[in-house]
Design a protein around this ligand. Structure first.
Ligand SMILES: Cc1cc2nc3c(=O)[nH]c(=O)nc-3n(C[C@H](O)[C@H](O)[C@H](O)COP(=O)(O)O)c2cc1C
Length: 340
């Protein structure tokens, strides 16, 4: 029987427990140069000290106009590598593993003068209308993802997550609501995402896992559901995705009838369905910050890994407190034992 504190191994990624810190934008790059700073260093390293098995660095963008805001991290330049490499080294020294989420915001790039997207359809009435990428530019975008992944590997990350969720560029390509192209990238909605995965894998050591984050359902009227997401995930699995990170939504303003749940474990059924249909490892996320519940998700084999986002913003020592509550020993660092 597995539990939250069982070890986990996929390819070369060996984790001491099943607790993951999901990517969470900090919007803290004050210099707007995409380079991680002291805030990012402390933010990630403190969660490693806090016992988290696997940390995923926030959405890190492949070009300046791929950022949600100018305060986001980037990996479009070699100058952005050293600060991330330092975070990786420090996180490793505290016994955790660390991945990074590589992304492009597409039409949701708020500070871009002219955001780009598969088609010229704005996110909502308050958003800029994006410019549709030419076919050549789409191919160029795949190369930008490739170079960002190359730099992430240079920085020493243990895994790469590709952001295919929350209405950002890859999601915009595989959603029929936002991709109205008539070229090869519109006739085949997963072509762009597949090419990004293939380019990433070509840059990664063969035994390094690639995680694909998807929105397993949309909430806007006429959006895709779990059946469609099972189908496009199969294409992504074939292209090389080793693990799926199951989120939902983010594609548009939420229709009243389709609001995502805010109750505990609201996305776990989606994770379980992808796991069963594809026979792949999955990571669950969304209001799983009760340790007993998180432990049950693992024990019931609904997901292989559990992510705690906002719970870890409140408490960097979430994992240590969960260990105490679940009566797991040898988790708390000796310097902190007196507190537990
Ligand atoms: C402040 C904040 C920033 C976030 N940034 C990202 C991000 O960069 N990439 C991403 O895929 N999800 C992002 N998310 C979503 C989280 O990864 C997670 O899926 C969500 O918070 C639900 O999990 P929770 O209930 O444990 O917080 C963000 C969430 C928060 C609260």
């Amino acid at each position: 029987m597995q539990n939250l504190f069982s070890t986990y191994k996929i390819k070369s990624l060996e984790l001491k427990n099943r607790v993951v810190m999901p990517p969470m934008c900090q919007y803290s790059v004050e210099k707007k140069d995409g380079i991680a700073n002291d805030w990012h260093h402390l933010h990630y390293v403190s969660r490693a000290v806090g016992g988290t098995g696997f940390i995923i660095v926030e959405m890190t963008d492949v070009e300046p106009d791929g950022r949600i805001t100018d305060y986001d991290l980037g990996l479009w330049s070699d100058e952005q590598v050293p600060a991330l490499a330092k975070i990786v080294e420090a996180v490793h020294s505290h016994g955790a593993k660390i991945g990074i989420q590589i992304a492009h915001a597409g039409r949701k790039a708020e500070d871009a003068a002219e955001p780009v997207a598969p088609s010229a359809i704005p996110f909502d009435e308050n958003s800029k209308t994006p410019r549709a990428l030419t076919t050549e530019e789409v191919k160029g975008m795949v190369e930008k993802f490739r170079l960002a992944v190359r730099r992430a590997v240079q920085a020493g990350f243990d895994a790469i997550e590709i952001h295919g969720a929350h209405g950002y560029l890859i999601h915009q390509f595989h959603s029929p609501l936002t991709n109205k192209r008539d070229d090869e990238y519109g006739q085949d909605l997963t072509k762009f995402g597949r090419e990004v995965i293939e380019a990433a894998k070509a840059e990664m050591p063969a035994d390094m896992p690639l995680i694909m984050r998807i929105s397993a359902r949309e909430y806007v009227e006429g959006g895709y559901g779990i059946e469609e997401s099972i189908e496009f995930s199969k294409a992504y699995k074939e292209a090389g995705a080793d693990v799926f990170d199951i989120s939902s939504g983010g594609e548009g303003q939420i229709a009243a009838w389709g609001r995502p749940g805010t109750h505990a474990a609201y996305q776990v059924p989606l994770a379980r369905q992808i796991k069963e249909a594809l026979q792949v490892p999955v990571m669950a996320v969304g209001r799983l910050d009760d340790p007993i519940l998180a432990n049950a998700v693992i024990g019931n084999e609904e997901a292989d890994l559990v992510q705690v986002g906002r719970g870890m913003l409140r408490n960097p020592y979430w994992t240590l407190e969960a260990a105490k509550q679940l009566r797991k020993e040898n988790v708390v660092p000796k310097q902190y034992e007196a507190g537990f």
